[in-house]
Design a protein around this ligand. Structure first.
Ligand SMILES: Nc1ncnc2c1ncn2[C@@H]1O[C@H](COP(=O)(O)OP(=O)(O)OP(=O)(O)O)[C@@H](O)[C@H]1O
Ligand SMILES: [Mg+2]
Length: 113
């Protein structure tokens, strides 16, 4: 069984999360620059923001497809590496993955990770 871990993290924490995942044996990942807000609606993270407007704050979305057996461990690894203890540290969630194909070799499923 395969799962995708999606993590929304602070851009400054990307290096630390990447290193932690590499140390944990992850072999590939995708990162995207995104913008979002959480419970504070971005306000306390942006002192220039107006009181009434929602401010989207720059974040990194990290995606990694993993074997379901390692999902829980890797979620913990990501959380520990991403945590600063301040607001806006992000969210991590998982979703089931149906098929996975390694395009070059034609391998499918866990072999394709
Ligand atoms: N419910 C959600 N669905 C999708 N993305 C979310 C959700 N909540 C937060 N995010 C994304 O995660 C980023 C960081 O969220 P954030 O850490 O501020 O959550 P929070 O619940 O407000 O926690 P904290 O109180 O620690 O700030 C947001 O900018 C947004 O991109
Ligand atoms: Mg928040």
């Amino acid at each position: 069984m395969l799962e995708m871990i999606t993590a929304i993290i602070k851009p400054h924490q990307l290096e630390s999360v990447k290193e932690a995942l590499l140390s944990a044996g992850v072999e590939g990942m995708t990162v995207t620059e995104v913008r979002g807000f959480g419970r504070q609606r971005g306000k306390t993270e942006n002192f220039r923001g107006s009181e009434y407007k929602i401010d989207f704050v720059p974040k990194i979305r990290l995606e990694v497809v993993v074997s379901a057996e390692s999902t829980e461990h890797l979620v913990t690894v990501i959380g520990n590496a991403a945590r600063t203890g301040k607001i806006g540290d992000g969210k991590v969630w998982t979703t089931p993955v149906g098929h996975l194909l390694r395009v070059r070799t034609g391998e499918m499923g866990i072999e394709a990770i």
